[in-house]
Design a protein around this ligand. Structure first.
Ligand SMILES: NC(=O)C1=CN([C@@H]2O[C@H](COP(=O)(O)OP(=O)(O)OC[C@H]3O[C@@H](n4cnc5c(N)ncnc54)[C@H](O)[C@@H]3O)[C@@H](O)[C@H]2O)C=CC1
Ligand SMILES: O=C(O)CCC(=O)C(=O)O
Length: 526
């Protein structure tokens, strides 16, 4: 049974799903050295933001197949290191969207009405109504930086509260912004005009210290900043100075340059700065959502299925995956088959996506074909994550072609591989949307479902050859399950595809090629 380590607090709903397929150990609060010590035993690691999954931890995780982040941001995981090792990294892109958006909105209102400090003063026995005079958000301008999932929800609610919306997001269309009632503007204008600025962007080299002394100087002296995205987007020293000097109105922070927040000037500031301990995703609803979302993906990957929200498998969004799922197995099987027919080192793989597969969305099928192709060399070490990197490192040239012209099947896949020992091609399609069929081998039409053990011959189409091959296999005690011949012209060249019940015994291939009329024979295990 597989083993999963859960190293941060995760809702029980997730643990229950994992327990269906694995032994689950929940060990929270581990120090990096303790994690390194034990990670080698585990097939999967499930975390929240508390665990930093460094390259060292990934290298020590010799059995790791998947790292699941129960949340959005994967900045606490060394994703490139995981990719190099073929470890899938998954997250829950939407499970905590509402929780984080509502936290940002709560921070905006709390900051405007001094709720945390007013609450504390009443609890101290005071009744001070002067100090806590606030500001309304109605008719004020909210600048949303990052109009993705969380930013969009914040914008929708803020609009309903009567706020005017400006947004900055270089990757969002004007139409999308307009749908949300936002005017897309450049960052400088947003900084100059906004009464409230809310950040909903990832932390990247471009966004690190996006809010700094220079950008703070552009803001209104009454502007209030909310950061429920990532620590480090704001230069905390510059922010503390701006608040102290009255250069901006205040800030509300949920995330910090270093977490947990240690000794910091931020702690000494008064009612114009609100601090929460990274609570954006901390609602019971969000924790159930993200735990289920990520646990299901870990379960699927441990069962050999693809994950729907892998951050290190390009192009594999949940919708696309759902559409392509049946074809992924087809691509992998064809890749494995053509790799074995070619034998030796493959130099070029041509992948032709035909019919309804001739769209950009089908790119993951190329990765699946490579995974199959490399299976003989790498076995379980190759997966959807590292197949492209492994192919590149082996110098395999991959050529993708799309051919939308309608054929016998709605969609089919044609692979042609050239290696040091020659060139072979295979084509396959799905029957009834599910069943994989080989429809062509080396240009000869056939129609057989692939089976675990198969024998292919290239021979002359002439009387008696099938009988001779059958007798030869019989003399080696090989049972034939099914057989089909594909030919283009009568008595020309032909291909025979046989499904056999067991692997071919050693030495029999040489005997087969000695049968008059048989030019080549290939045995494959799929
Ligand atoms: N405080 C908390 O507990 C939580 C924090 N988060 C954080 O919130 C942030 C936003 O999350 P989502 O909305 O789910 O992500 P998302 O991916 O849906 O949206 C991010 C948006 O930022 C935009 N963007 C990227 N680079 C940008 C740049 N340089 N300038 C402006 N816009 C840029 C993208 O185009 C995208 O629209 C992430 O950093 C995430 O880690 C998410 C959940 C909980
Ligand atoms: O796990 C958490 O509570 C943090 C959530 C978060 O920051 C995220 O999902 O990006």
């Amino acid at each position: 049974m597989s083993k999963v380590l859960v190293s941060d607090p995760i809702d029980q709903a997730g643990i229950d799903i994992l327990s269906q397929v694995a032994t689950v150990d929940v060990k929270t609060g581990l120090k990096p050295a303790e994690l390194i010590e034990i990670i080698g035993e585990y097939d999967a690691l499930m975390i929240r933001s508390g665990t930093r999954v460094t390259q060292e931890i990934i290298e020590a995780g010799t059995q790791l197949k998947i790292i699941g982040r129960a949340g959005v941001g994967v900045d606490n995981v060394d994703v490139p290191a995981a990719t190099r090792k073929g470890i899938v990294v998954v997250n829950s892109p939407e499970g905590n969207t509402i929780a984080a958006a509502e936290h940002a909105l709560a921070m905006m209102l709390s900051l405007s009405r001094h709720i945390p400090d007013a609450n504390a003063s009443v609890k101290r026995g005071e009744w001070d109504r002067k100090t806590f005079v606030g500001a309304e958000v109605y008719k004020k301008t909210l600048g949303v930086v990052g109009l993705g999932k969380i930013g969009s929800h914040v914008a929708s609610v803020a609009r309903a509260m009567g706020m005017k919306l400006l947004a900055y997001d270089p990757f969002i269309s004007t139409e999308r912004a307009e749908q949300l009632g936002c005017q897309l503007v450049d960052l400088d204008l947003l900084f100059q005009q906004a009464d409230y600025i809310t950040l909903h962007i990832p932390k990247t080299p471009e966004t690190t210290h996006l809010i700094n002394a220079a950008t703070l100087a552009k803001m209104k002296p009454t502007a209030r900043i909310i950061n429920c995205a990532r620590g480090g987007i704001i230069d905390e020293a510059a922010l503390a100075a701006a608040i102290k000097e009255g250069k901006i109105g205040g800030a509300a922070l949920d995330v910090y340059e270093s977490e947990p927040l240690g000794e910091s000037e931020l702690r000494s500031l008064g009612k114009d700065l609100i601090l929460t301990p990274h609570l954006g995703a901390s609602t019971s609803e969000a924790q159930v959502n993200v735990a289920i979302d990520v646990a299901e993906q870990i379960r699927d990957v441990l069962l050999g299925l693809p994950a729907r929200s892998a951050v290190n498998i390009p192009g594999l969004s949940p919708d696309i995956l759902e559409e392509l799922k049946p074809y992924m197995q087809l691509a992998e099987t064809l890749g494995n088959l053509v790799g074995q027919l070619v034998g030796g080192r493959v130099e070029t793989l041509n992948v032709t996506l035909q019919g309804e597969l001739a769209t950009n969305k089908s790119q993951p099928l190329v990765v699946a074909a490579l995974k199959g192709l490399l299976y003989q060399a790498l076995r379980e070490r190759v997966n959807y994550v590292n197949a492209s990197i492994e192919a590149k490192e082996r110098g395999i040239r991959v050529i993708e072609t799309r051919d939308a012209s309608v054929r016998d099947y709605a969609g089919s896949l044609h692979l042609e591989a050239t290696g040091t020992l020659g060139t072979h091609s295979v084509t396959g399609a799905l029957l009834g949307d599910k069943e994989i069929h080989l429809t062509d081998v080396d240009g000869f039409p056939i129609n057989v479902p692939p089976t675990k053990y198969m024998l292919f011959t290239l021979h002359r189409d002439m009387p008696g050859i099938i009988g001779k091959l059958g007798s030869l296999l019989g003399s080696f005690n090989v049972n034939i399950a099914s057989m089909q011949v594909g030919r283009k012209i009568v008595r020309g060249d032909a291909v025979m595809a046989l499904s056999i019940d067991d692997p071919l015994p050693d030495g029999i291939l040489d005997e087969i090629t000695k049968v008059p009329g048989i030019r080549d024979a290939y045995t494959v295990t799929l």
